[in-house]
Design a protein around this ligand. Structure first.
Ligand code: NDP
Length: 322
């Protein structure tokens, strides 16, 4: 089968299309013919070595497809089932042997492409809005990169919780998309000082929480956008990681809280994983969550998809189609 792997870390050019044996499903595993793989920013951290992994790296963590064979000791899943997953290495491929406990069956009304589009970014948006800082009616939040994969989903979920939502985007086109997802105010952070805008929009109060995945370029102004005892949620490194922070700064900025969450700790049990996916699927089925698939690329052009994601040219979800 064809699969994208990384034999040495570096830029998008290090992605290679390899011919490797199609996996056999082991005990507790199903063999899935992949219909769509999700591109996530973390794939670029694996490719560059920011998050180090053993070489060669089977790239991609997320996808969906149809069960084609079932190993021994598999409980519920059957040949022909449509399934999706968010944390199985080697998802940029034609097939994957997936442990049953890491996949979820897609219900009626959730297409495989939508499934691949909401597993990682959707569960991330879900835990950020409902668990890391559970948003409630009357809260105000700031979401950076609001037209991105996580961003468009988080804007919708934050509005669903009753929050007033400010988003940042780099272009007016992205601003329109984020507004369409429900954002109350969009700040073009490439042109405007977002800290000053947040202070203006909140009459100098600041926001309850900032969800910041841009990090290096935004972290300081994000902290300055918080109200006293606000929550600073750093959850990505799109522009590079946040530098070390002195705890004294947290008191000086208003006894604020800083956290750096990651999805694995918020899907720590099968129950938690399923409850987040069930919420997301039911919101898709009822039309409460719109999944914006911005672009699709064939497997052999995965490098181009990486270039576009890192070049801030994408919106919503990017899919890689084997
Ligand atoms: P996005 O679709 O959001 O793409 C990244 C966006 O970040 C860009 O479109 C761009 O939006 C913005 N950005 C700002 N500065 C830069 C820069 N220097 N280079 C590139 N992009 C920049 O990606 P994802 O939805 O896949 O991920 C969003 C973030 O969330 C990432 O940082 C990722 O690591 C993080 N993440 C964290 C998880 C966790 O559990 N901790 C899980 C999933 C994602 P604009 O042009 O509008 O500025």
């Amino acid at each position: 089968m064809k699969a994208i792997r990384v034999h040495q870390t570096g830029g998008p050019e290090v992605l290679t299309l390899d011919d490797i044996p199609t996996p056999e499903p082991g005990a507790g595993e199903v063999l899935v013919k992949i219909e769509a793989a999700g591109l996530n920013f973390i794939d670029t951290y694996h490719r560059t070595g920011l998050y180090p992994l053993d070489l060669p790296i089977p790239l991609g963590l997320e996808g969906s497809g149809i069960v084609e064979a079932v190993g021994t000791d598999v409980g519920d899943l059957q040949i022909g089932d449509a399934v999706a997953w968010s944390s199985i290495a080697g998802s940029y491929a034609e097939y994957i042997a997936a442990p049953e406990e890491s996949v979820v069956k897609l219900p009626e009304g959730v297409a495989t492409k939508s499934g691949a589009a909401v597993m990682l970014q959707g569960m991330t948006a879900h835990y950020l809005a409902h668990s890391t800082y559970p948003l409630k009616e009357g809260d105000t939040c700031l979401i950076h990169a609001a037209a991105g994969g996580v961003g468009l989903l988080l804007v919708q979920m934050a509005k669903k919780c009753g929050a007033r939502v400010f988003g940042t985007t780099s272009t007016p086109e992205k601003a329109d998309l984020a507004k369409g997802a429900g954002a109350d105010e969009i700040i073009l952070y490439t042109e405007q000082d977002f800290e000053a805008e947040v202070q203006r929009l909140t009459d100098g109060q600041g926001v309850n929480v900032v969800y910041d995945s841009v990090a290096k370029a935004t972290w300081e102004k994000s902290i300055n956008s918080l109200r006293p005892r606000g929550y600073m949620v750093f959850f990505g490194n799109a522009s590079g990681p946040v530098p070390p922070i002195d705890p004294l700064l947290l008191s000086q900025k208003g006894s604020i809280f800083v956290t750096r969450p990651t999805l694995g700790h918020y899907t720590a049990t099968r129950e938690e994983f399923l409850s987040r996916t069930q919420d997301i699927f039911s919101w898709i089925q009822s039309g409460q969550l719109n999944v914006h698939i911005g672009e699709e690329h064939p497997l052999e052009q995965a490098a181009e998809a990486h270039r576009r994601l890192e070049g801030r040219q994408t919106t919503g979800k990017v899919l890689i189609i084997p």
